[in-house]
Design a protein around this ligand. Sequence first.
Ligand code: URA
Length: 253
Amino acid sequence: MTMAKIRLDKFICDCTSYTRSQAKKLIRGKKARVSGSIITDESFKVDEDCADVVLNGEIISPEKYIYIMLNKPAGVVSATADAQHKTVLDLLDGEYANRGLFPVGRLDIDTEGLLILTNNGDFAHNTLSPKKHVEKTYIAKVGGYTYTKESKERFESGIELADGYKCLPAATELISQTDGVCEIKITINEGKFHQIKKMFAAEGGKVEYLKRISFGEIKLDKSLKSGEYRLFDAEELKYAAKKAKGDQYFGFM
Ligand code: URA
């Protein structure tokens, strides 16, 4: 998909409350940077969702796309509507209602941690597609399982699930092992239904607690308590724009 390009003065109008003539004045007054360079030509073309425009020292972006990082609590479902349970959208303030937001992929109802909510279908498509191999890292507490060199190697070569599916290689790291419960950091490149639970089940264990701590380059902000959320920061927005374009992100081009 090719992204439409628009003039820098129009981009500024779309992102702020400045009028077109105020935007032009700001550009001529060297107040606008694109990908780090001062631009003084108001007709300079930028992608309509460019994430690299700084005005008066602050990054600006079109309202069109929203990206929210949520620290999902257990007990809510990763859906936009549900007859029985509270959904992740119910955790957001009213200002985010009717903005077309949806969760990027699903965490089970009892899984906690990083869930991205957006209204950018391209971002979701390009990060969830199995072909894109976006890494997801989780902390799992697993009962009835002992972490051994052999088990680690099986994760590395691809665990075979009960239904015969052979998983892509996964990296594991032991955090602690006490009284029959292992705490493990695990990174996977795919996102099949109940994948981590099924992987440990294939090794004879039962996942008792699961929390996602990263999704691609997006790391769960440690300051977010369970159920809290925030908008993406400037770096995270750049990553989102890059992914939305299928990794073909060249800032101002
Ligand atoms: N794997 C699972 O088993 N559950 C999740 O919620 C995410 C990954």
